[in-house]
Design a protein around this ligand. Structure first.
Ligand code: IPM
Ligand code: MN
Length: 350
């Protein structure tokens, strides 16, 4: 029996989560597993009502679940940063979800903005460190508001934090069993403290994984290669900030935010799965948003909690719908409504 904490969140979050839960219900029946869901109302509406975000008690409560399924966080009436810090990052840090796993996989070449690239050319995974770096929020102002103001924002990289992330990436590359190549994406030529540590840890661990080949790319060059030669990549490991940036580009080359999913993973604890895109206020309540990213996130969740076959069945059903039924992956352009797309995934489950 799995206990799933569901956070529909803001904007189109509830609409896409509803489709994900529809698919969960159907796939659980086919693969014969039991689950319960419990809804959590974290998000902009609740914050506007009573100023509540996610507290320590909530984090403790979330520790009891098999996994967390999240829609979207972000509200046009709440100042940017408050909900992101107070809900999304609070959960990632509070549950020590130190890996952000973001597959970049093209399901239909017609939806790729790159010329002459086919499905097999865009098929890699970004392992983003998810608990340190610039996201740690360390820094300070000096002489705030004056002409001599200084704003410091520190990148925090511990040996242990880097090592657990890089080790996860090596293990993942081995298990993925494709090219068996792991790329370290960094900026060793300028950020000479952080990336010196990353490079040393990477080189040390590479010796333990003789069956995995390795290379290195600067983050700026990585963005160039995503566009020029995405087929070079198998698994990429990088820090929190660079991972954030390159995975938005990754989402574009796999067909857009409508299909991009991610997992915030604590391999020893509770993980959280989410579509990468935001709350899309302008599409809210119109039944036009693409639910496939949320459905792919559900598939990832199933694989990580141990329902591999069910997870793969969800991904295969999504691939069929993307190949056979949709005109576009963009909101309002799919040729079908949000709920119809969810229904089509259910029909294609094997
Ligand atoms: C993401 C998002 C978040 C991040 C924001 C909303 C805090 O952009 O999940 O990539 O920067 O990690
Ligand atoms: Mn991002």
């Amino acid at each position: 029996m799995y206990n799933i904490a569901v956070i529909p969140g803001d904007g189109t979050g509830p609409e896409v989560v509803q489709e994900g839960l529809k698919v969960l219900k159907a796939v659980a029946k086919i693969y014969k597993f039991d689950y319960q869901v419990e809804m959590f109302d974290f998000g902009g509406e609740r914050y506007l009502k009573n100023k509540e975000l996610v507290g320590e008690k909530d984090i403790e409560k979330l520790k009891a679940y098999s996994a967390i399924y999240l829609g979207a966080i972000g509200h046009p009436q709440v100042k940017p940063g408050i909900l992101e810090q107070g809900i999304l990052l609070k959960i990632r840090f509070g549950l020590d979800q130190y890996i952000n796993l973001r597959p970049v996989k093209l399901y239909n070449r017609d939806f790729c903005p790159l010329k002459n690239k086919v499905e097999s050319d865009v098929d890699f995974v970004v392992v983003r460190e998810n608990s340190e770096g610039l996201y740690k929020g360390m820094g300070e102002f000096k002489n705030k508001g004056t002409k001599d103001e200084l704003a410091l924002q520190l990148s925090y990289n511990t040996r242990k934090g880097v090592e657990r992330c890089v080790r996860y990436a090596f293990e993942y590359t081995k298990k993925r069993n494709k090219k068996k190549n792991l790329t370290l994406c960094g900026k060793t030529n300028v950020l000479t403290y952080a990336w010196d540590l990353w490079q040393r840890v990477f080189d040390e661990l590479a010796k333990e994984y003789s069956d995995v080949t390795t290379d290195y790319a600067h983050v700026d060059a990585t963005t160039m290669w995503f566009v020029k030669n995405p087929e070079w990549f198998d698994v990429i490991v990088t820090d929190n900030m660079f991972g954030d940036i390159i995975t938005d580009l990754g989402a574009m080359i796999q067909g857009g935010m409508g299909i991009a999913a991610g997992g915030n993973i604590n391999p020893e604890g509770v993980s959280m799965f989410e579509p990468i895109g935001g709350s899309a206020p302008k599409y809210t309540g119109k039944n036009v948003i693409n639910p496939l990213a949320a459905i792919c996130a559900l598939g990832m969740m199933l694989e990580i909690i141990g329902e591999d076959a069910a997870g793969q069945s969800v991904e295969q059903a999504v691939i069929k719908v993307v190949k056979n039924n949709l005109k576009s992956l963009g909101a309002g352009k799919m040729g079908h409504s949000t709920t119809e797309v969810g229904d089509m995934v259910v029909e294609n489950l094997a």
